[in-house]
Design a protein around this ligand. Structure first.
Ligand code: URA
Length: 209
């Protein structure tokens, strides 16, 4: 699918199956999400630019690659995004972290911002916006709009599970944003939950079920 990378790997598929099971406790759910985000991070950061620097090994000097430019920024969409951000930080400890907090207005269901914090120089950073579930796409669309308004230009979106409806909505609202996911499920149900899905990701991460 254009603009979408489905990250397929036997380890990810196996871990995701355990996460989907309703009997899986929060502690295991959290650690599997962390492990999967680390594996996804490997794929998502594949294109990061490198620059050569002169270093000295115990044997000789050499020109060796290191990441170029400003540190990337992981944007966690609160609260479930925290579950993905932690694993990505294990992989990229020097990454900066931004947060976007949104809630749904009960009257007209539009996304209302209650928190936004970002590092400076967003225009010079690769920004990775993370939320485990891309369901209707409403919060991802609003978060991406806010992050662009703050100056970011190089942005990708990473989720664990996506619904076809969410992908379509996000692509329509932000055709420039590449989406990474490990699975595209069947559909949304009447309550906007992903089917078959894994339930409410935030509740399962934080044990608030
Ligand atoms: N958010 C979730 O946590 N789960 C869904 O299935 C949809 C949105």
């Amino acid at each position: 699918m254009d603009g979408v990378t489905l990250i397929e790997h036997p380890l990810i598929a196996h871990k995701l199956t355990i996460m989907r099971k309703k009997q899986t406790p929060s502690s295991l759910f959290r650690s599997l999400l962390r492990e999967i985000s680390l594996l996804m991070g490997y794929e998502v950061t594949r294109h990061l630019p490198l620059q050569n620097i002169e270093i000295e090994t115990p044997i000789t000097t050499m020109s060796a690659p290191r990441l170029a430019g400003r540190k990337m920024c992981i944007f966690s969409i609160l609260r479930a995004g925290e579950g993905l951000a932690q694993g990505l930080l294990d992989l990229i400890p020097s990454a900066r972290v931004g947060h976007v907090g949104l809630y749904r207005d009960p009257k007209d269901l539009h996304a209302v911002e209650y928190y936004f914090k970002a590092p400076p120089h967003l225009d010079e950073r690769f920004c990775l916006v993370v939320d485990p579930m891309l369901a209707t796409g409403n919060s991802a669309i609003a978060a991406l709009r806010r992050i662009k308004k703050a100056g970011a230009t190089r942005i990708s979106f990473l989720c664990l599970l996506a619904a076809p409806e969410g992908i379509a909505a996000l692509k329509e609202a932000h055709p420039d944003i590449h989406i990474y996911t490990t699975a595209i499920d069947e559909k949304l149900n009447d309550h906007s939950y992903i089917v078959p899905g894994l339930g409410d990701a935030g509740d399962r991460i934080f044990g608030t079920i």
